[in-house]
Design a protein around this ligand. Structure first.
Ligand SMILES: [Zn+2]
Length: 234
C-alpha cells in the first residue's frame, strides 16, 4: 500500500497514539525503541489530511500505577478477587469504587505500571517533533483516577470517548493507527476502530511493543488479523 495514495484520501484518518517521552526507551514506562518511530510518523503526519493524536494523561495516584497500592510492584496484575478479599490495599483509592470498575474490565483485572504520563510533567508531553499544529484533535485519555484508557475510542470501563462519532461525522471510513505501544494502546484503539465500523490499515513498522506478558505482540497482530484488519507495509 502506497503512502501517497493512502494519505491523500480524505476518508482516511491517521491516529497517532501516545508519542510521549515516558514511553521512549529512557522513559518512566519504557517501550524498547519507542523513539525510533518518530521520524516515520512525522513523515506520515505531514501528509494525511485528517490527523488525531492521543495523549496518555493521568492524575497522580492513578489506579493503573503500582505505587497506588501496598504490596504491588510494576508489571504485576491487580485482580478483582485479591482486592475484594482484602489482600491488597490502596491508601489512595476508594475500595468500593475501584471494585466496581475492576468488575467491568476484561478478566476483571488491571496491569499495574510504573508511574507514567502524570499530567503536567515533561514525560507526558507529546513529542514536539510531530506536527501537532496539523491535528484535528488531541485526545487525552486516562484522566479519571479510577479508570485507565488504552483505547482512543473507549475507556477501559466501556465509556465512549466520542472519537468514533467525530470521525464518522467528518466522513472518515478508514483509520491508520500508529505510535505506542503496539500491544496496548495501539492494539486496543485498532480493535475498537474496527468495532466502530472503520476499515483498519495497520503497519507494524510504525509502532513498538511492550511485549508484556510474553507473546503479547504476536497475540495482538493475530487478533487484529482475525478481526479483519489489513496488515500492510506502507
Ligand atoms: Zn497510562
Amino acid at each position: 500500500m502506497q503512502l501517497a495514495e493512502l494519505s491523500k484520501d480524505p476518508q482516511t484518518a491517521l491516529l497517532v497514539i501516545d508519542m510521549q517521552p515516558d514511553f521512549y526507551s529512557k522513559g518512566a514506562l519504557p517501550v524498547k525503541g519507542g523513539e525510533e518511530i518518530v521520524e516515520k510518523i512525522s513523515l506520515w503526519a505531514h501528509r494525511f489530511q485528517t490527523l488525531v493524536f492521543t495523549q496518555d494523561f493521568h492524575p497522580e495516584g492513578h489506579m493503573s500505577f503500582a505505587s497506588s497500592y501496598t504490596g504491588k510492584k510494576a508489571f504485576e496484575i491487580l485482580t478483582y478477587d485479591e482486592l475484594e478479599a482484602g489482600e491488597i490495599q490502596s491508601p489512595l483509592i476508594q475500595r468500593e469504587a475501584l471494585l466496581s470498575v475492576l468488575q467491568k474490565l476484561p478478566q476483571k483485572s488491571q496491569v499495574l505500571w510504573p508511574d507514567h504520563c502524570v499530567a503536567g510533567t515533561a514525560g507526558a508531553e507529546i513529542d514536539k517533533r510531530l506536527p501537532l499544529e496539523r491535528a484535528a484533535l488531541i485526545l487525552r485519555k486516562g484522566m479519571r483516577s479510577l479508570v485507565d484508557s488504552y483505547s482512543a475510542f473507549y475507556e477501559n470501563d466501556g465509556s465512549s470517548t466520542g472519537l468514533g462519532a467525530l470521525l464518522r461525522d467528518r466522513g472518515i471510513k478508514r483509520v491508520v493507527p500508529c505510535g505506542l505501544a503496539g500491544d496496548y494502546c495501539v492494539y486496543w484503539s485498532a480493535k475498537d476502530a474496527i468495532r466502530e465500523g472503520f476499515e483498519l490499515i495497520f503497519d507494524e513498522s510504525a509502532t513498538r511493543f511492550v511485549n508484556f506478558p510474553e507473546k503479547s505482540r504476536e497475540r495482538a497482530l493475530e487478533d487484529l488479523k482475525v478481526r479483519g484488519a489489513k496488515l500492510v507495509s506502507i
